[in-house]
Design a protein around this ligand. Structure first.
Ligand SMILES: NC(=O)C1=CN([C@@H]2O[C@H](COP(=O)(O)OP(=O)(O)OC[C@H]3O[C@@H](n4cnc5c(N)ncnc54)[C@H](OP(=O)(O)O)[C@@H]3O)[C@@H](O)[C@H]2O)C=CC1
Ligand SMILES: [Cu+2]
Length: 340
C-alpha cells in the first residue's frame, strides 16, 4: 500500500501546459482538487486556469508534490521524462496521448512511457475525451472514460478521479489494451461503417440494374436515347427501393433474435456475433432508410415541375382527345385544335 499524506492525496500534478493540460486542470480545480503544473517554462507559461491552488514549477519539483501525474505532452516529446525516472518512481502516471495515425509506432504510447520509467505505474486513459469535453464537463454523448493499466491499485486511483469529475469508468484490462484505446479516437463513427457500406453497395447495385433495364435496353431495342432520365427519374426509383431494403434490414434482426430465443427456450444466452453486430446498428439502418425515403419525397415533388414530364402529360392528353374525335367521327371536341 502507498502511505500518502492527506495533502498529497488531493494534490494532482499535470505535466504540460497545453490545451489538454489546461482544460484538465480547470476541471480538476472545479471538482475540488489542488493542481500543480510541471512545465519547461514555469514562469512564462501564462493563461493557466485561475485558482488559488495552481502553481507551475519545473517537472522535478511538480512531480514530488503529487502521487498522480497526468502526462499531457505529445509522445514525440516523452524522451525527457527518462531523466525524471527517480522522481517519478512509485507514482501513478496517466498517459492521455493520442496518435495522428494507426500503427505509427511499434508500441503503444503508454507502453513506451512504462518502458521509459519502469518504476512508475502507467495507466492509459482520458484519451477519448477532447480538451473541449473536459472543460465543459461530461455530456450524454461523452460520458465514458476508458482505462487500462497493469496495477489495479493505480487504476483505482485514476478511476476515483474520473468518477469525481463525473465520468463513467470502463476498465479495459491490462496495459496491453493501450493500443486499442489509442486507436479509438481514430475511428470515425464506427457504428456507421456497416450501414454506410450496405447503403453504398445496394445503391450501386440497384442503380446499375435500373440503368441496364430502362436505358440500355430501350436504346438497344428501340434505338431510343433516354439517358437524361438517369439523374431524376431513375434515381427516384433507386431511393425508395434501397430505403425499403434498409428498413427491412432494420427490423429483421429483431425478428431473428426473437425466433432464436424461442428456439433456445431462454433469453439469457448470448446471440451469435454476427447477429450481435447487426442488432447494434439497427438505429443507423433505420436512419439511412428515413434519409432515403425523404430524398424520394423530394424527388417525387420535383418530377412534375420538369419540362419533359409536362410535355409528356400534355402530349398524352392531346392524343387521347384525338382518339375520341376519331371515335365520334370527326366532331371537333377542342375548337382551338380543329381550326387548321
Ligand atoms: N487537445 C485535445 O483535445 C486532446 C489531447 N490529447 C493528448 O494530450 C496530449 C497533449 O495535447 P495538447 O495539450 O493538445 O498539446 P499542446 O501542444 O497544446 O501541449 C503540449 C504541451 O507539451 C509540452 N511540451 C511540448 N514540447 C515539449 C518538449 N519538447 N518537452 C517537454 N514538454 C513539451 C508543452 O508544455 P510546457 O510548455 O508547459 O512544457 C505543451 O504545452 C497529447 O499527447 C495529445 O495526444 C488527448 C485527447 C484530446
Ligand atoms: Cu414512393
Amino acid at each position: 500500500m502507498y502511505s500518502t499524506s492527506a495533502t498529497e492525496q488531493d494534490m494532482l500534478c499535470i505535466f504540460g501546459t497545453g490545451d489538454l493540460g489546461r482544460s484538465l486542470g480547470q476541471r480538476l480545480l472545479q471538482t475540488g482538487y489542488r493542481v500543480v503544473y510541471g512545465s519547461r517554462r514555469p514562469q512564462s507559461c501564462g493563461l493557466l486556469p485561475p485558482g488559488t491552488q495552481v502553481q507551475s514549477m519545473n517537472h522535478e519539483a511538480a512531480a514530488q508534490s503529487a502521487r498522480l501525474v497526468f502526462i499531457c505532452i505529445h509522445r514525440e516529446n516523452y524522451d525527457f521524462l527518462e531523466t525524471l525516472a527517480t522522481q517519478l518512481k512509485g507514482k501513478v502516471l496517466v498517459d492521455v496521448s493520442n496518435n495522428l495515425k494507426k500503427n505509427l509506432y511499434p508500441e503503444a504510447n503508454a507502453e513506451y512511457l512504462q518502458r521509459l520509467i519502469p518504476g512508475a505505474q502507467v495507466v492509459k486513459g482520458f484519451n477519448t475525451l477532447s480538451a473541449w469535453a473536459l472543460q465543459n464537463g461530461p455530456s450524454d454523448a461523452n460520458r465514458q472514460v476508458y482505462l487500462c493499466g497493469n496495477s489495479a491499485e493505480a487504476k483505482q486511483a485514476v478511476a476515483d478521479v474520473a468518477t469525481k469529475l463525473g465520468f463513467t469508468v470502463l476498465d479495459r484490462g491490462s496495459l496491453s489494451a493501450a493500443r486499442e484505446l489509442e486507436d479509438f479516437p481514430l475511428q470515425l463513427f464506427p457504428e456507421w461503417r456497416l450501414p454506410m457500406q450496405l447503403t453504398i453497395g445496394l445503391t450501386a447495385f440497384f442503380f446499375i440494374y435500373v440503368v441496364i433495364r430502362d436505358v440500355i435496353y430501350a436504346y438497344v431495342k428501340d434505338n431510343k436515347d433516354i439517358s437524361f432520365r438517369i439523374m431524376v427519374s431513375l434515381a427516384n426509383k433507386v431511393f425508395p427501393t434501397v430505403s425499403l431494403v434498409m428498413l427491412s434490414l432494420c427490423y429483421l434482426p429483431g425478428v431473428i433474435a426473437a425466433f432464436l430465443q424461442l428456439y433456445r427456450g431462454t433469453k439469457y444466452k448470448r446471440f451469435p456475433d454476427w447477429l450481435d453486430r447487426w442488432m447494434l446498428c439497427r438505429k443507423q439502418l433505420g436512419l439511412v432508410a428515413l434519409a432515403l425515403a425523404s430524398l424520394h419525397v423530394l424527388y417525387t415533388l420535383i418530377i412534375p415541375i420538369r419540362y419533359y414530364v409536362r410535355y409528356r402529360l400534355a402530349a398524352n392528353t392531346i392524343s387521347q382527345v384525338r382518339q375520341l374525335e376519331n371515335i365520334f367521327g370527326n366532331t371537333c371536341l377542342i375548337p382551338s385544335f380543329c381550326k387548321q
